[in-house]
Design a binder for this molecule. Sequence first.
Ligand code: ZN
Length: 253
Amino acid sequence: MKRAKRASLTVLTAALGLSALGAVKKTRTSEVGAIHSIAASREQSAAGSVGRALLLPELRDDERERAAVRRRLRRSEQGTYIGEILRLRDSSLARWPDRADRPLTVWVQPDPGIEDWSPLYIERVREAFAEWDAVNLPVGFVFVEDSVHAEIHVSWIDHFNEPISGRTKWARDDEWLITDANIILAVHHHQGEVLDDEAMKAMALHEIGHLLGLDHTQDSSNIMAPKVRVRDLSAADRATVRLLYSLPPGPVR
Ligand SMILES: [Zn+2]
């Protein structure tokens, strides 16, 4: 954990330097859907090469840290799909800060008044959060009634106008730490049929994976396949998120 702390400090230093030059935006938003994903780093090039001379010592430190992370990835990536995530996310990792002592606050929208919506959905969503919680990451979840101050919002929509059943948006800061997230789950599939509560749980598992910082894998035996085919987390889902939370966030190239 010592190394992770040092790394994020380094990133912070570089980010502060660039912010002072007005070249970096404070937060970015990422949006991922059930069968598609938009890279988080699309605004990343904003920093350009401004102030490179000024930042050179920090950049050298940064490059050393990145090389160390790449070595750790090579040692630990077996049994995970972290390589696929890095390819989808332009070789960058984003995640929540370590918060073992202060769980992330989750608000789940009560009865939205949508036709065919079932109160069982809320139970299944809570079970999905509990399953990820059981992976024992340095972040956990607690449900709150107060939507205003919650860090994570789960709400319902009748259906999406595209062939997806769930969507997650999250924002990160300049240290690549996720700061808040919103999940929207559809009561009906794109074509109109109602999602049963087990399918809703699987969708929630998938979207929570996104909010934790995971992205898609082409292996459909995992919950993070673009089209969700399984109902539970796989060994690879767990191993991948554990690996993600053992690394400092940010670019690794
Ligand atoms: Zn997805």
